[in-house]
Write a protein of this length. Structure first.
Length: 314
């Protein structure tokens, strides 16, 4: 399992999560994790599993993608080869000592929710040391009322210890530490030198709305890592807006926050040149004239910012 995210940060959630993971891992109760898509529910489940002992089997049932044959193989141990042939991946079947994570259980087909119900009723007699972790996108009461979870499953889920994972917008103070952790992991995965995140970039990331939560943050940072040429992380141009960045820079000055002037000016200049190039269809002469620059000076800036010339039009 690829883990780009870690449980890091300075929010109240991040501060208490370490102790919470230890307690949940050592406890006998099953766990119900509630939070938005991409908020870090699977990361939390994985950390709980690690705290139980990495050598234990880890079983994942993904409600968004699991098919009938796969669920049947996982919960019953039957027709494993059939499931592998249909999905291209060999399912890990439930066995004693395992951590079983059922992600987005409300999205499982009714027949597969029935398999989960049977496991709660009968499987525990065979596998007493299994810990089940269920994740939902909304509170159990809301999902039960919507009818997307089997009524017979609800009593079993109500007995679980419930953990709420806040959306990223509710813990923006965690973004700097999360971003650096994710960036370090991505650089290592891609086999490229580590990238530092300066205060300006960290501030810009912290100002984002992040409707896709950590999942979206990982996607943006992945693109940033690949386009960054130096030892500092450069954010993709389509993530930035020069007006917002200028407003942020002025806000930093007003509030007395420290920031790197040259970096801010470079970001704003690069964004303005990118926009002008598109407006003038990558005509360098016209774009240079708008900025009152000689063509030689303008070409220098294109090279400095790694922007495409008319011959590399995209």
């Amino acid at each position: 399992m690829s883990q780009e995210t870690r449980l890091v940060g300075t929010s109240n959630y991040a501060k208490r999560i370490g102790k919470l993971v230890s307690r949940l891992a050592s406890g006998r109760e099953d766990i119900l994790i509630i939070g938005e898509i991409g908020a870090g529910r699977r990361t939390l489940a994985w950390e709980i599993h690690n705290a139980r002992g990495k050598k234990r089997p880890y079983v994942l049932v993904d409600g968004r993608t699991a098919i009938d044959e796969e669920c049947r193989a996982i919960f019953t141990g039957h027709q494993v080869d059939v499931a592998e042939n249909m999905t291209g991946r060999r399912p890990t079947v439930v066995q004693d000592q395992a951590t079983v994570t059922v992600a987005d259980a409300e999205l499982l087909a009714p027949q597969n929710q029935e398999l989960l119900l049977r496991f709660f009723k009968d499987g525990r007699k065979r596998y007493s040391a299994v810990k089940v972790i269920i994740t939902l996108q909304h509170p159990l009461e809301q999902i039960a009322q919507s009818g997307s979870i089997a009524a017979d499953l609800v009593p079993f889920l109500e007995k679980c210890e419930i953990v709420d994972v806040p959306a990223l917008r509710e813990r923006v103070e965690d973004i700097p530490a999360l971003a650096q952790s994710i960036t370090t992991h991505l650089c290592s995965s891609f086999g490229i030198p580590a990238k530092a995140i300066d205060p300006n970039t960290s501030h810009i990331l912290s100002q984002g709305q992040w409707p896709g939560n950590i999942q979206q943050l990982v996607a943006v940072l992945g693109k940033a890592v690949l386009i960054s040429k130096g030892d500092k992380l450069e954010l993709p141009g389509d993530f930035l807006d020069e007006h917002q960045h200028l407003e942020d820079a002025i806000g930093n000055i007003t509030s007395g926050k420290s920031f790197i002037l040259d970096q801010s000016l470079d970001i704003i200049e690069k964004l303005l040149i990118q926009r002008a190039l598109k407006v003038f269809l990558y005509n360098q002469s016209r774009t240079a004239h708008v900025f009152g620059l000689s063509e030689a000076n303008f070409r220098y800036r294109l090279k400095k910012f790694g922007l495409p010339s008319i011959r590399k039009k995209v």
